[in-house]
Design a protein. Structure first.
Length: 313
């Protein structure tokens, strides 16, 4: 399946469904895979931070990758970031052998200087193989590693196998513009830019040069429509749709509790059977759930996709 420097569209970051006993819910993995595809997603990204990858056993990660890749009709990107380069290599090579389109790498949280960052990615690319297409995740808010524009440009120049930037710095609009200006001047090669941060800045990111979104907002079907409206230059319609969803996007992006909100929404939409998370976790209180339900009711007045189908119990 096609995936490369000219990739555009919506790549939802997939949650990992668990049963109430904390076992991986593979029935819901299938259901969620279909949910994203039926929403019109261009591709999918699994085993990321939203997917609670750090809480999975290695064999669980491999089993999830195998299940999703086998079922998916769209390109699948597999998050393989790991403090252990051996574990990173094992999952990356197995995922590619299974048919993944590429992998995603984030900088290790202990990195501080540009030289440390450059050395880390040199080792990571050597580890997974320079033949493996990969996504550079720029997420300083969680990873505590700042990738400057010159540092991103250096990584792109040194590693032709890096085909995409997952841009989720905050604020990040000027960073997108700066990278696109370097490309326009012929000082930087082409690569795709998909944005994240739950979609909080999707009202203006496409106008700055993003190619789409790689985020976990629980309305991927809305993200697909929003992307289409931007691409067809229907600016007011795009902003109207974004504005209708902004209260829910904002609520879903709360630090700490955001994953609980997102899983609850996916459960309410019928995409997964349970909103269970593995520890460490923060759970929604009953008051928090009622607030999400209220936002859904209000959103449904403007967007029928918010009409409830799953249980709120």
């Amino acid at each position: 399946m096609s995936f490369g420097v000219s990739t555009k569209g919506i790549y939802p970051i997939a949650a990992t469904p668990f049963k109430t006993d904390m076992a991986v819910d593979f029935t819901s993995v299938d259901r969620l895979t279909d949910f994203y595809q039926d929403a019109g997603a261009t591709g999918m990204t699994i085993l990321g931070i939203l997917g609670e990858a750090q809480k999975l056993e290695p064999e669980e990660s491999r089993a999830i990758a195998k299940r999703v890749i086998a079922r998916s009709r769209v390109p699948v990107i597999v998050g393989v970031s790991n403090p252990s380069f051996a574990a990173m290599r094992g999952l990356a090579r197995e995922a590619m052998d299974l048919g993944a389109a590429g992998v995603m790498l984030a900088p290790a949280s202990h990195l501080r200087s540009d030289e440390q960052i450059a050395a880390y990615f040199n080792t990571a690319v050597d580890t997974i193989g320079s033949d493996v297409p990969w996504v550079l995740q720029d997420y300083p808010l969680t990873l505590s590693v700042v990738l400057s524009v010159p540092m991103i440009a250096r990584i792109m120049k040194e590693h032709a196998s890096c085909v995409m930037l997952k841009a989720e710095d905050w604020p990040g609009l000027e960073k997108i513009s700066a990278l696109r200006q370097l490309q326009a001047r012929g000082e930087l090669r082409a690569f795709s830019i998909l944005t994240a941060n739950g979609g909080l800045f999707l009202d203006f990111e496409p106008e700055r040069g993003s190619d789409g979104a790689m985020t976990g907002y629980a309305f991927p079907d809305m993200l697909v429509e929003l992307d289409r409206l931007h691409r067809t230059c229907e600016r007011d319609a795009a902003h109207d749709l974004f504005d209708a969803h902004l209260p829910m996007i904002r609520f879903e992006q709360q630090p700490g509790i955001g994953l609980a909100v997102r899983k609850y929404l996916l459960m309410r939409r019928g995409a997964i059977a349970s909103d269970t998370q593995r520890s460490p976790r923060q759970s929604l209180t009953q008051v928090g759930r009622s607030e999400v339900d209220y936002l859904l009711e209000r959103l449904a007045r403007k967007d029928p996709r918010a009409r409830l189908t799953g249980s709120s119990a």
